[in-house]
Design a protein around this ligand. Structure first.
Ligand SMILES: NC(=O)C1=CN([C@@H]2O[C@H](COP(=O)(O)OP(=O)(O)OC[C@H]3O[C@@H](n4cnc5c(N)ncnc54)[C@H](OP(=O)(O)O)[C@@H]3O)[C@@H](O)[C@H]2O)C=CC1
Ligand SMILES: O=C(O)C1=N[C@H](C(=O)O)C[C@H](O)C1
Length: 246
């Protein structure tokens, strides 16, 4: 049995993770921690899943890595500086593996993968992400990571930035740029989590779209992460891709 703790266990995702862990025959839910609770009960767990808030996740990781507890992190907000800080924590106290996945939806991981493959073949690429209005951060972690992967693929292939003649704009009209890739964030009641990667050039466009219809959709990926995190080949893995053989 894998002893699992959940951080953010009363939140939208955390509550869903608690249900999924309780329904898994090979897992035992040993600790559920939320805002204001002590982190101490998490020491009983061999793996802790974190779906909290970008503002607190680094403190959570400091505690988990410091106590040798493997972490499966879904919380957003991981830019290169934060990833570097996690590596530093692991250097200071070796032993705990960390999996940080911007998106645990299998379809979303495939969307990112296909976008990375397609990006060098088109002159233009932009991302539109659409989420429920309770989301605290923009752009989404998924869109940020997609932009990084697209930028890396285009850089390696020697493709220049997407053409754009804009010389005057209302602040924000052209979205946020992550390494030259524009991201547009929509917050709309009724939505859960959705993303389109728009590619264009030479008289054709290609759109890759992913939709999460509910939060259960993330659970197969989360449970896969819990099962695999202790045996990851590297101390820190970014994204579910290697666990899916991508
Ligand atoms: N990787 C993925 O596949 C997915 C990632 N996410 C990400 O997961 C994160 C959580 O999303 P969501 O569940 O919708 O958010 P919620 O706000 O519903 O849940 C977060 C929970 O964490 C609690 N919390 C805040 N601070 C702490 C703390 N210091 N210790 C313990 N718990 C704390 C919150 O309490 P309170 O409300 O009192 O602040 C809340 O109960 C976001 O960053 C989101 O982007 C979401 C979906 C999928
Ligand atoms: O806050 C959410 O809901 C989601 N957050 C993640 C992100 O920021 O990419 C994953 C998914 O989009 C849902």
């Amino acid at each position: 049995m894998i002893k699992v703790g959940v951080l953010g266990g009363r939140g939208r995702m955390g509550a869903e993770v608690c249900r999924a862990v309780e329904g898994a025959a090979d897992m035992e839910l040993v600790a559920v921690v939320d805002q204001g609770d002590s982190l101490e009960p998490l020491k009983q767990a061999s793996v802790v899943v974190d779906f909290t808030h970008p503002g607190v996740v680094m403190d959570n990781l400091r505690f988990l890595v410091g106590h040798g507890v493997h972490a499966v992190v879904g919380t957003s907000g991981f830019d290169p500086a934060r990833v570097g800080q996690v590596r530093e924590l692991q250097r200071e106290t070796p032993g705990a593996k960390v999996l940080i996945a911007p998106n645990f939806g299998v379809g979303a991981v495939l969307m990112m993968h296909f976008a990375q493959k397609a990006a060098p073949f088109f002159e233009s690429v932009e991302i539109v992400e659409l989420h429920h209005p309770n989301k605290a951060d923009a752009p989404s972690g998924t869109a940020y990571r997609t932009a990084e992967l697209i930028a890396e693929a285009r850089r390696e292939a020697g493709v220049p930035a997407s053409p754009d003649a804009t010389v005057s704009e209302l602040d924000g009209a052209r979205g946020a740029a992550v390494e030259d890739v524009r991201i547009h964030s929509v917050r709309l009641s009724g939505l859960i989590a959705h993303q389109e990667v728009l590619l264009g050039g030479h008289g054709e466009t290609f759109t890759i779209r992913h939709d999460s219809m509910n939060r259960e959709s993330f659970m197969p990926g989360v449970l896969l992460g819990v099962r695999k995190v202790a045996d990851l080949p590297e101390d820190l893995v970014l994204g579910l891709e290697p666990l899916l053989g991508l």
